[in-house]
Design a protein around this ligand. Sequence first.
Ligand code: ATP
Length: 755
Amino acid sequence: MYLKSLEISGFKSFAKKATLSFTSPIASIVGPNGSGKSNVAEAFRFVLGEQSIKSMRGKRGEDLIFNGSAEAGRVNRASVKVVFDNAKRILNIDFDEVTIERLVHRDGINEYLINGSQVRLKDVIELLAGAHIGASGHHIISQGEADRILSANMHERREMIEDALGLKVYHYKKQESIRKLEKTEENMEQVESLRKEIAPHLKFLKKQVEKAEKVREMREELRGLYREYLKREEIYLAREKNTIAKEKAQPAHELARLDKELEHARSVLEKSKNKDGTSNEVIALEKALADIRRERDGYTRELGQIDGEIGALKRVIAKEREQQAREDSKTVYLKDVEEIVRKVDQHIGHSFEKKSVEELQSIFGSIKELLFGFISLHKTTTAPTDKGVTTEAEINKLEDSKKKLTAQSENAEVREKELGHRYAVLKDSIEREKDSNRDAEKEVFRIIARQNEVRSILNTLNGRSERISLEEDAYKRELNEAYILAGREAVDVKSIVVDPHFVEPRQAQEDRKRVLEKLKIRIEDSGTGNADDVLKECKEVEERDAFLEKELTDLVLAKQSLENLIADLDTRLDLEFKEGILKINAQFSHFFSLMFGGGSAELQVIREKKRKKSDTDLSVLLDDEAPLPENTEDEDGREGIEIAVNLPRKKVKSLMMLSGGERALTSIALLFAISQVNPPPFIILDETDAALDEANSRKYGDMIESLAKYSQLILITHNRETMSRAGTLYGVTMGADGGSKLLSIQFDEAVKVAK
Ligand code: ATP
């Protein structure tokens, strides 16, 4: 018991809410013609999602809503609610009770609700399909539709049977898969075309990236080369500068010294230029010396004269002395002496008598005169004695002069000596000066020569310095260029450890430089713009392509899995269909012979032959492989179902030849057979029994009872026999207000109501 109740409100003739509770396996709905019974069956179709208004006997959605009557006004919406017992989870939803409700508004808008929540129609259909319940399914046989299965063509029949067998879900899935497949293929095409669109650009970008990569590698290589080159250059320049500075120090120092020496030597020479002064002095000295010598000569001459004079005088004196001596040794006569002595004695005698000093002095004077007179008397020559005195005095005078002259001469000598000394010193100094001048000149020449030598050394060194400075400039330019071409790392050479004592020929650096230059040219020639931009763009395009590729792969996989799924569905469909047919046939034959008291019936799966529009087209008939003529209706050779019947005691094989009752019986047998094989939760049969006579009604009743073991039955009927099999009876009447009314009734009442 899955079906619990049906609530109809505003639907068709059910203006007011009416609820049917299905409490027994078989429920019958009875009532007079036009009371609204079929509307109940249609209410089922409606709530289960039927989209064909026509199959609910309407033209528009509005026709499903109670349209009012003379008595009652129309309503604005129709709603039907069906309640399932879902304890066994026949519906794949985790509720013990499931309510499905559908509403339609006058504007044609439909609403679907599952357990009160608004859902899509699709959700309702899916939920029901899982339970083998469909809107226009096999389990709702509308009035007059009983033999629809017989009158349908073989393909329609197949569809109906597939539906009944619960294979619709496979179809549904297959359709969905095909739709998905189509969508997938569409997407694949789109993705492929997108990939095709970006492919040339990507190819171009990849090439650019390859180039950029090569350039990057070259730059990397360049960086390495630069690092070594720059480091070595840095060391080389530092060392070279240091060496030159060291080498320069000595000559520079020497040159400075030489400058000083030169200055000195020059000053010496300069001084010698001022020799005039000295010469004047020499001249003055010489003049002074000559003067003094002349002076001294004067003195000497004078002294000579004086000496001569003194000698002459002395000779005079000596002559005199000789004469004197001869005089002195002259013999005097004693009487002369005695005379004189007597005279002196006389004077002395007189002195005794005198007392004053003057008198004494005069006596003495007289004595003296006596004596001198005696002497002079006895002298031979009469040479005046005063002459000798004069000579002496002259000599003395001369001696004094000599002394004076000697002193003057000595003085002059001293002065001469002094002057001579000064002169000698001066001379000496001049001589010396002359020597030192020559030395100084020599020194100047030597210094200048040496200076030239040193300057040449320094010039060479300066030349080297200049070269180094040029090389340094080049190094700086190179640093700059390295920074631009190979980045910071290329110039950041501090971290590089190189043996600073390692000396290599300059050629090695030049070789390095040459390699560098070549590489630079190659990098420049490669001429890729901004590698980062290219890389970025390529990465983006690659990512997009990878994304598309991935998507394509996913789509291919999806396509494969969809194709597999479709193939699988086809296989399962085919298999289950064939199995189902076998099962149905067994039941069909059983019900058929039950209904007809013998005979047999079966469903035959037939692959329809290709049919030509014109059977008279000989070329087609004669040549199977000939192309089909235009306008040929080409059946696709799908499998369909034919019904073969074998009535007892009759040779009738064709359905066409069956009577109305026989058709009804056959279709009922088939319907029941189908229902038995794959029983739906409930079956609604709207006057399927209308054409049956009493005997067949009983058989029909029997079958219903056996059918009710598997499915709940809702039977709309006028047939008393059928009513008698029902556990629940509902009577439907048409009220005076034009609305259907529902009442639960007993069998007897039902019989009455049905009439
Ligand atoms: P029968 O025994 O002859 O088959 P029935 O009991 O099955 O009759 P229905 O066909 O269910 O009767 O009901 C038809 C009745 O419902 C008609 O009288 C029709 O006027 C009424 N009806 C159908 N649609 C509407 C509507 N939208 N509004 C009002 N009444 C409607």
